[in-house]
Design a protein around this ligand. Structure first.
Ligand code: PMP
Length: 417
């Protein structure tokens, strides 16, 4: 455990937690395991913030990165291209329902969402509808930490001091899967504000950071149809739920829709090197031409489409194709859910829910999740509860024995409450 008074500013970490719980210093990782400086071994129950979907030290990916490092480690995409980015953009588009798309690379999920929001507004300006500059998001959303993504992802307890900087966003509350499916608020909102809305931005089917809150594919389908009806765009943020996590390559596939803009990140490189992207339909891209008026999108990050990151992503997509990773996630996730749902009989459990390899248990209080987290840490299982919700986001490559170990200890920890 290191002294918490280091020079690092630890993200999303309370000072009190640093003082009371200490800080494991991770030295290496393999498969689903992290190893710290003191020789402790932990199961990475949250895939290192939901990105290490293929586990750590996957030789196919590390080999691709090493080879790339010997050839071309950085080159920009402004007025230049490189073969890794060309191939990756094509492969990404081919995974999507309509592949006639264009990929704007960035390095983290927040920046991908930021570009999606900016493009949506500039797109409507380009086509002479600049009154469309408002957004709709879901309540308790999370789309990243930049000012734009915080504006559409406003959470009072996190962002109150920043409020003067943020733009106003309409919000809709999707009924959870266990509630009555009343969707009337959608039409009501669009009836009133539809003319000024540029885009709706959503996490598809599961709102991760707000406690793995799940809503039905029908609701997403309705949002997609409503966007079409009112002439605005649908941005689907697949940064957390994409890349097979929910049992399909992209979570929006469960709803059978074809979003205008899809943002991706985290697992696109299996978490080996930062890379993200916003993927736009051709009808949007085409309007950014400079025929007559200059409508170029003046936006781009230094490391956008970095060759090392592209090589990691290409190796990741190859691994997905060869091992049918989304299918594995579907089967393993269903097996975990079957084991965990028995916990619903306990008084301390409000709900057990799952979507592919997102497995969540909602308890009655955050004090209970704190206790479960502490018990599991003693068994070498590292989790990060969200309020009263504990969840597993294990690497999708986790094996049966490892699943059995985790399930047994999660059950015991909850039963002990
Ligand atoms: N969107 C969603 C749905 C996320 O879960 C996250 C990160 N947890 C982000 C965006 C932001 O990604 P990043 O942390 O890479 O900026």
């Amino acid at each position: 455990m290191s002294n918490y008074r280091s020079h690092i500013w630890h993200p999303f970490t309370k000072f009190s937690a640093l003082e009371n719980e200490g800080l494991p210093v991770i030295e290496r990782a393999e498969g689903i395991y992290l190893f710290d400086q003191d020789g402790n071994k932990y199961i990475d129950g949250i895939s290192s913030w939901w990105c290490v979907n293929l586990g750590h030290s996957n030789p196919d990916i590390t080999h691709a990165i090493k080879e790339q490092a010997d050839t071309l480690q950085q080159s920009i995409l402004g007025n230049l291209a490189h073969s890794g980015a060309i191939q990756l953009a094509e492969e990404i588009c081919q995974t999507m329902p309509d592949s006639n798309r264009h990929v704007l690379f960035a390095s983290d999920g927040s920046s991908a969402n930021e570009s999606a929001l900016k493009v949506a507004v500039q797109y409507f300006h380009n086509i002479g509808q600049s009154q469309r500059n408002k957004f709709v998001s879901l309540t308790d959303p999370y789309h990243g930490d930049t000012i734009g993504s915080v504006s559409v992802g406003y959470i009072e307890s996190f962002h109150k001091p920043l409020k003067p900087l943020l733009f106003e966003t309409h919000q809709l509350t999707p009924p959870s899967r266990s509630e009555k499916q009343d969707y009337s608020a959608v039409e009501k909102l669009f009836n009133e504000y539809g003319h000024e809305i540029a885009a709706v931005i959503v996490e598809p089917l599961c709102q991760g950071a707000s406690g793995m809150r799940m809503y039905s594919p029908d609701y997403l389908k309705l949002l997609s149809e409503t966007c079409k009806k009112y002439g605005c765009l649908l941005i689907v943020d697949e940064i957390a739920m994409g890349m097979g996590r929910t049992g399909k390559m992209w979570a929006h596939e469960h709803a059978g829709i074809d979003p205008d803009i899809i943002t991706i990140g985290k697992g696109i490189t299996a978490g080996y090197i930062p890379l993200s992207a916003a993927v736009f339909k051709d009808k949007i891209y085409r309007t950014f031409n400079d025929e007559g008026e200059d409508k170029t999108f003046y936006h781009g990050h230094t490391f956008a489409g970095n060759p090392l990151a592209c090589s990691a992503a290409l190796a990741t997509l190859k691994y997905y194709r060869e091992n049918n990773v989304p299918e594995q996630a579907r089967t393993k996730g269903a097996a975990i859910q079957q084991e965990l749902c028995a916990l619903e009989e306990l008084d301390c459990v409000k709900e057990v829910r799952s979507l592919g390899m997102v497995n969540a248990i909602e308890l009655q209080s955050s004090e209970q999740t704190r206790q479960v987290k502490a018990s599991l840490l003693k068994e070498g299982i590292l989790l990060r509860p969200l309020g009263a919700v504990i969840y597993l986001m294990l690497p999708l490559t986790v094996n049966e024995d490892e699943i059995r170990y985790v399930i047994q200890h999660v059950k015991e920890a909850v039963q002990k409450l």
